[in-house]
Design a protein around this ligand. Structure first.
Ligand code: COA
Length: 339
């Protein structure tokens, strides 16, 4: 069967860094609590003039430039975010215009923290028909955060990532196999309830910023995340008949360090095969797996012929896993990467 491949990677992290100590000046928290509960040391926060579209453009242009590709070659822009530029039109349309991607059809998708793997599965199907797809995952979560909610506000950061997916010609990262899932019976455990048609925003909530509050039952989310990510990883390895020790790297959604450690334990995979930079970027939702991949390639951690497995979980619930085969090192540019 025809396959598709990631042929280029771009990533962008805003230049402003907010440490745990910085947060402890505006809320009742501490560096010690955040580090021990989540592994997070700092997060990147968009500057006032930045938006979801501008960060997405930076990542997408980096992916094009590093591969010396022309935006006019793109057939599709699929942009995954839970923090769009505005309700309508799609953030992807703003990016299409700034890239001058004149031939591209552009839409947004919302999949919580599993959104990138879900969007990539769709891009894979489109690319197998011969088309070239720019997949972007971007979150500007710090602008839609209730800063009085210390149990959630400390977990997230901003970032943007982009991968170009094309028919497989033996270069880059082959998208070997993927399985994603949703369970809409669990929408109440992790949600941002205000602002849509179900719960229009009451003025008294706006007055104290409560419309930005993410309702998250942390312990339940933790349990579901570990159970579903490890289960889907097992399923996909069975699908491709790959023993767990044949996996060179796990590239997980960077939720938090305790979740990553628990998933590795459940899969009996040593931690030195589980990539984490959650300490530097925190949870960047749809962007996080692309930021992780870009960081790994910039650090020369991944070699040709290695097998990668990616796992993700987020609101919905939605979750899934993907198996990727590295055929050659894709051109990669990560703007704003922590050295
Ligand atoms: C959010 C999470 C870190 C909280 O850790 P926890 O051990 O479950 O902590 P709890 O929520 O039970 O809170 C324990 C105490 O710490 C306090 N606390 C919460 N946030 C705090 C903070 N930022 N600083 C200091 N104390 C905090 C709570 O108020 C509570 O105090 P109490 O015992 O006096 O009531 C953890 O549940 C988790 O990792 N969940 C998954 C979240 C996630 O990654 N979501 C995204 C998935 S894609």
């Amino acid at each position: 069967m025809a396959a598709s491949a990631i042929i280029s990677i771009g990533a962008y992290a805003p230049s402003r860094v907010v440490t745990n100590d910085d947060l402890s000046k505006i809320m009742d928290t501490s560096d010690e609590w955040i580090r021990t509960r989540t592994g997070i040391h700092q997060r990147h926060m968009a500057l006032a003039e930045e938006t979801t579209a501008s960060m997405s453009f930076n990542a997408a242009q980096a992916a094009l430039d590093t591969a010396t590709m022309d935006a006019a070659d793109l057939d599709w822009i699929l942009l995954c975010t839970d923090t769009p530029e505005m309700w309508t039109p799609a953030t992807a349309c703003f990016v299409q215009e700034s890239l001058h991607a004149k031939r591209a059809s552009a839409i947004d998708l919302t999949g919580g923290c599993a959104g990138f793997l879900q969007t990539l599965e769709l891009a894979d199907a489109v690319a197998k028909t011969g088309k070239i797809v720019m997949v972007i995952g971007t979150e500007l979560l710090t602008r839609s955060m209730d800063w009085s909610d210390r149990s959630t506000a400390v977990l997230f950061g901003d970032g943007a990532g982009a991968v170009i997916v094309a028919p497989d010609r033996g270069q880059g990262i082959q998208l070997t196999h993927s399985r994603t899932y949703s369970d809409g019976s669990q929408t109440d455990i992790l949600q941002k309830p205000y602002g849509g048609t179900r719960n229009p925003i009451p003025p008294e909530i706006v007055a104290h910023g409560g419309h930005h509050r993410i309702h998250m039952e942390g312990r339940k989310v933790f349990r579901h995340a570990v159970q579903r990510m490890s289960q889907s990883a097992r399923e996909i390895l069975t699908d491709v008949k790959l023993p767990v020790d044949a996996v060179d790297w796990i590239v997980p959604h960077q939720a938090n360090q305790r979740i990553l450690t628990a998933v590795a334990d459940a899969l009996h995979i040593p931690m030195n095969k589980v990539f984490s930079h959650v300490q530097n970027y925190a949870n960047t939702g749809s962007a996080s797996i692309i930021l992780a991949l870009a960081d790994m390639f910039e650090q020369d951690l991944i070699l040709p012929r290695q097998r990668l497995i990616s796992v993700a979980f987020g609101a919905g619930f939605s979750w899934g896993s993907a198996v990727w085969t590295v055929q050659s090192l894709p051109p990669t540019r990560f703007i704003g990467r922590d050295q």
